[in-house]
Design a protein around this ligand. Structure first.
Ligand SMILES: C[S@@+](CC[C@H](N)C(=O)[O-])C[C@H]1O[C@@H](n2cnc3c(N)ncnc32)[C@H](O)[C@@H]1O
Length: 321
């Protein structure tokens, strides 16, 4: 019953008036994680730290009628989209242009009553990935940018054109899992002596020429592009700051749900919950990462690598504040 209505909401929340589409991943699982057994009686504020197109936020607002949502996103263009999608919920929603690393300060300022849930759906939105001018795509040519927050100074082109060969190789290997990282870094450094990289297609072409064609499942530039995006947006540090804010602000019994699309990131979330449980600050609700059903992976390709972990804040007297 519940599943069917969630699927309908999921469809409608996802389609923006500009024709762009972002479908929230693991919708039922996120509702269960944050709404608990009785979403209708849950009362308080849910912080959506990556509100994106507003898909998850709309589902939570629709199924938890006594909940308000404070949504942040580092991308002001995406926030405009969320503003339209979430308009029907009126004053139950507040949206702010912030990064996860600014969440703690924002909550200090806004001082919401009882933060009962937090959601971080990490990485980029389909609305960003599908827009060539944002520079995330190796499939459509655009400026080599990749900043989700235009207030950031450093673009992907800055990294590709100025980092030394060893640092580039380490980035591609450690952040993207690219095993041919040294070969690619050397080719980039050789090529940029002739002309700097300014466009996504030029970089994707060089990688394809360096490591071979598109025989495998992934485009050969996939891992390099992912690692550049992570560096430009400082995704590792942002996550750590968001986790710390969740620990500070969630009430006793409040839930944190984190969706990652990157194994290193998922390992970081797992470590946070396991160490938090050892300190008595968290209860781990997902012993293993929750993954999309076969139907969801089939109908929403981008959900395929999603990994959801859920923890519950524990505040016992004498335990961590
Ligand atoms: C996968 S989308 C979220 C989709 C959203 N849950 C929905 O249902 O529409 C990720 C969003 O998080 C934002 N984002 C990523 N890292 C962020 C950060 N550190 N701080 C704030 N927003 C961030 C991106 O700009 C993007 O809009």
């Amino acid at each position: 019953m519940w599943g069917a209505s969630v699927e309908r909401d999921n469809q409608s929340a996802a389609d923006g008036s500009d024709g762009a589409v972002h479908r929230p991943v693991l919708p039922l699982e996120v509702l269960r994680a944050l709404g608990g057994d009785s979403p209708a009686t849950l009362r308080g504020c849910i912080v959506d730290g990556t509100v994106g197109a507003g898909g998850h936020a709309a589902l939570l607002l629709a199924h938890c009628p006594q909940v308000t949502v404070l949504g942040i996103d580092q991308d002001p263009q995406i926030l405009e989209h969320a503003t339209r999608v979430l308009a029907p919920f009126g004053r139950r929603v507040r949206l702010r242009h912030r990064r996860l690393s600014q969440l703690d300060a924002l909550l200090d300022r806004e001082s919401p009553q009882r933060v009962v849930g937090m959601l971080f759906d990490l990485g980029a939105s389909s609305l960003q990935l599908d827009s060539a001018v944002r520079g995330f795509s190796f499939q459509a040519d655009g400026p080599l940018d990749m900043r989700m927050d235009p207030e950031r100074e450093r673009t992907a082109a800055d990294i590709v054109n100025t980092w030394d060969e060893e640092d580039l190789a380490d980035l591609f290997f450690y952040e993207g899992g690219e095993t041919r990282s040294r070969k690619i870094a050397r080719a980039i450094v050789d090529s940029r002596r002739r002309a700097s990289f300014q466009r996504t297609a030029a970089l994707a072409d060089l990688i394809e020429r360096t490591v071979g064609g598109r025989g495998g499942k992934l485009h050969p530039a996939t891992k390099v592009f992912q690692s550049l995006r992570r560096a430009v947006n400082e995704e590792g540090d942002e996550l750590l700051a968001g986790l710390a804010a969740a620990e500070r602000w969630l009430v006793d019994g409040g839930r944190l749900a984190v969706i990652s699309f990157h194994e290193g990131e998922d390992a970081e979330v797992k470590r946070f919950f396991v160490e938090g449980a050892a300190r008595g600050a968290w209860r781990v609700l997902s012993k293993k990462a929750i993954q999309p059903s076969r139907e969801e992976s089939h109908s929403n390709r981008r959900s395929r690598s999603a990994l959801l972990r859920v923890g519950e804040r524990v505040r016992t007297s004498g335990g961590p504040a």
